[in-house]
Design a protein around this ligand. Structure first.
Ligand SMILES: NC(=O)C1=CN([C@@H]2O[C@H](COP(=O)(O)OP(=O)(O)OC[C@H]3O[C@@H](n4cnc5c(N)ncnc54)[C@H](O)[C@@H]3O)[C@@H](O)[C@H]2O)C=CC1
Ligand SMILES: O=C(O)[C@@H]1CCC=N1
Length: 269
């Protein structure tokens, strides 16, 4: 049986997922979207051939609902949806912080809920999506969530207690790498390189390093040691990174992201 899937609150992450599902072979005829603004709905219809509907229509007619509004908007969305979601509908939340119990308390008894934290590389089919079941989600529900998110990258099942940490690592993770590229490009300017050349050099270094991290089977320490020649250039840079507490800064940064995810748990954060 063909399943209809609705993406409710199709912003950046919702669109990234939607585009990936179509690349993975989902028919736009089976995909519904909801938006706040009518112009945005038309944009999505034109771009992907999907059908914009209201939130209540989506709740009534889609087999799976994927909720991709901001955590702060989730309570309002659920108030609108709750009277219309039949108990057997699978509800997938893509929001940071909000636990599956938040949905279970507001939807019909026994509604299956799955919590997923994905990331923006879904746009290039390189997402990392971390998946946890709520109290009423079965193996089939998890498999269905994996089928959807597996189309845009890798998936990993984790206990829900690890979701806030995963949000800090892989959900927000791409932003840290973009920040590093931006900072290193500035360093290239300081060293006298034109900005476009500095950007290209750092991006290719990042891609090369990422592929080696994924494919070489080597530990990151070994890979870094292979770059670090005795009395060479790299060790001078590493000493500065250590002097400036970059390792401690990264640990503190990810801890702060994890803490913010916890704060968002009520949907009012
Ligand atoms: N941006 C990212 O890298 C990631 C975001 N997320 C999660 O995805 C969710 C969305 O984040 P973004 O896509 O960045 O935000 P966004 O602001 O681009 O998208 C949210 C969309 O929901 C719409 N919306 C809000 N209330 C609505 C309602 N009642 N009915 C219909 N549409 C409604 C907004 O108009 C907006 O277009 C958040 O919960 C966030 O925690 C998860 C992983 C990564
Ligand atoms: O910054 C945020 O709250 C969202 C969740 C993970 C990535 N972006």
């Amino acid at each position: 049986m063909t399943q209809n899937v609705a993406v409710l609150g199709t912003g950046k992450i919702g669109e990234a997922l939607l585009s990936g599902m179509i690349r993975a072979g989902w028919s736009p005829a089976n995909l519904l979207v909801t938006t706040r603004r009518p112009e945005r709905a038309e944009e999505l219809r034109t771009r992907y051939g999907v059908t914009p509907v209201s939130n209540t229509e989506a709740a009534k007619s889609a087999d799976t609902l994927i909720l991709t509004v901001k955590p702060q908007d989730m309570g309002t969305l659920l108030d609108e949806l709750a009277p219309h979601v039949p108990a057997e509908r699978l509800v997938i939340s893509g929001a940071a912080g909000i636990p599956t119990s938040f949905f279970e308390e507001r939807l019909a008894p026994n509604t299956p809920v799955v919590r997923v934290m994905t990331n923006t590389p879904a746009l290039v089919d390189e997402a990392m999506s971390v998946i946890s079941p709520g109290s009423h989600a079965t193996a089939d529900h998890l498999a269905h969530a994996e089928e959807i998110f597996g189309g845009v990258g890798k998936t990993l099942r984790v206990p829900e207690s690890q979701q806030d940490a995963c949000t800090a690592l892989s959900g927000s993770g791409p932003a840290y790498f973009y920040f590093l590229v931006e900072a290193m490009t500035d360093a290239g300017i300081l060293l006298g390189l034109p900005r476009d050349k500095a950007h290209d050099l750092i991006v290719q270094a990042a891609i090369g390093a990422a592929v080696m991290l994924r494919d070489s089977g080597e530990h990151p320490v070994k890979l870094r040691e292979n770059v670090t020649s005795p009395a060479g250039t790299t060790i001078n840079a590493i000493r500065e990174l250590e002097n400036h507490g970059v390792r401690a800064a990264l640990i503190a940064a990810l801890e702060a992201a994890r803490d913010r995810s916890r704060e968002l748990a009520t949907g009012n954060g």
